[in-house]
Write a new protein. Structure first.
Length: 369
């Protein structure tokens, strides 16, 4: 058997509610779905690069280019069929981790479907339900934020993450904490601050936060160390965690005490696994971050979050928190207060709906040997 064909599609889906972070307000999500076919079986992956290089240096069009020009031709030229083989060989190319990771995910889905087992089983997952969480963007006003948090709590979410930036940090935390003294609460700055803001950030220690995520830009590991020394709340890194090596540097330096793992940001499941195992050995808990994925990428994340060291609640919410018409059947839903079941079918365990994918498609291309 060989890989018969690989398809890429560029999709755009509108959000049910805009999503604002320290760098932008977005109303829709543009992303790539990769499909790998072997013997009539199709593996699905999602490339989490965004349209603009704000969260990371990657973009959807850049990812499309490197997949089309380098990674997909490599798969055909070298007869690659196994995800581990793909991960080892694609490493010769620098960077472009989201592009690499999206295609590797498709290989994993394919492998699990051919074996007739859910991906969680292939990965060695240890739980059939994961702890959900919701990431709340910046709103027009604090009362609107508090209302929105209340609505999510009403739906059953138990862990809330607030996006913060200059002018939307202490006040936002204070308002949410006052109304909800007991919820699990954390914040994410997406690198908006610098060490000059140390005294402002230290005020966040007053709000019993689970963690403060990525206060400084991705490469400022040493400044994160300096801040962590002076804060009681654990720092957690997201954008800085790009490989096992950057994770090791961050932990050895004391730049964070918790790690956010996004499978796309680190270049795919093989690297995700190395980071997971290293953190576990160090006693550092990890949790699964999200990139507002469609149901395809989110189903992948559910399987990943079933691994043993994914110990804190995740940025994994139900389909309808993100999209009116998610791409999968059935939709992802809360299975109990603050929980989501890991899908039980083969592979990602949810069914992508081709008609919905087609309706959201901006462009598409098919590749063969
Ligand atoms: O920093 O965690 C982040 C979404 C896009 C880019 C970066 C981030 C996020 C989120 C959304 O916080 C989490 C989710 O998918 O629910
Ligand atoms: Mg983050």
């Amino acid at each position: 058997m060989t890989i018969e064909r690989i398809e890429m599609a560029l999709l755009k889906l509108p959000y049910v509610h805009f999503f604002e972070t320290s760098f932008s307000r977005e109303y829709d999500r543009t992303f790539i779905i990769a499909r790998v076919y072997e013997d009539g079986v199709c593996g699905y992956g999602e490339v989490v690069a965004e349209e603009a290089p704000l969260y990371s240096g990657e973009t959807t069009e850049g990812a499309w280019h490197v997949l089309k020009t380098f990674f997909i031709p490599m798969v055909f030229a070298e007869g690659i069929m196994e995800p581990a083989d793909y991960a080892a060989k694609v490493k010769r190319f620098r960077g472009n981790l989201m592009a690499k990771g999206g295609l590797e995910l498709a290989f994993w889905d394919l492998k699990a479907k051919k074996a007739g087992v859910p991906l969680a089983k292939l990965y060695g997952g240890v739980r059939d339900e994961i702890e959900a969480g919701v990431s709340c963007g910046i709103e027009d006003s604090i009362p609107e934020l508090v209302d929105r948090v209340g609505a999510f709590i009403g739906e059953g979410y138990r862990r809330i993450k607030l996006k913060i930036k200059h002018g939307w940090d202490v006040e936002a935390c204070a308002a949410v904490r006052e109304k909800y003294p007991d919820i699990l609460l954390q914040v994410d700055a997406n690198g908006a601050y610098s060490l000059a803001d140390k005294e402002q950030l230290k005020k966040l220690d007053a709000f019993k936060l689970l963690l403060v995520e990525q206060p400084f830009p991705p490469y400022d590991l040493w400044d994160h160390h300096k801040l962590q020394k002076e804060m009681t709340t654990p720092l957690c890194l997201d954008e800085s965690i790009l490989s096992l090596e950057t994770t090791r540097a961050a932990i050895e330096m004391g730049s964070c005490r918790i790690v956010n793992i996004k499978v796309g940001r680190v270049g795919g499941p093989a690297e995700m696994r190395k980071i997971h195992d290293y953190c576990e050995a160090q006693g550092v808990p990890v949790w699964c971050g999200g990139m507002l994925e469609s149901g395809i990428g989110r189903a992948h994340n559910l399987h990943i979050a079933s691994l043993p060291n994914f110990k804190l609640p995740h940025d994994l919410s139900a389909s309808r928190r993100y999209y009116k018409e998610d791409l999968i059947d059935p939709f992802i839903e809360l299975s109990g207060p603050g929980r989501i079941r890991v899908p039980e079918g083969p592979g990602i365990g949810v069914n992508p709906v081709e008609g919905r994918i087609r309706r959201a498609t901006l462009k598409q291309e098919v590749f063969r040997k």
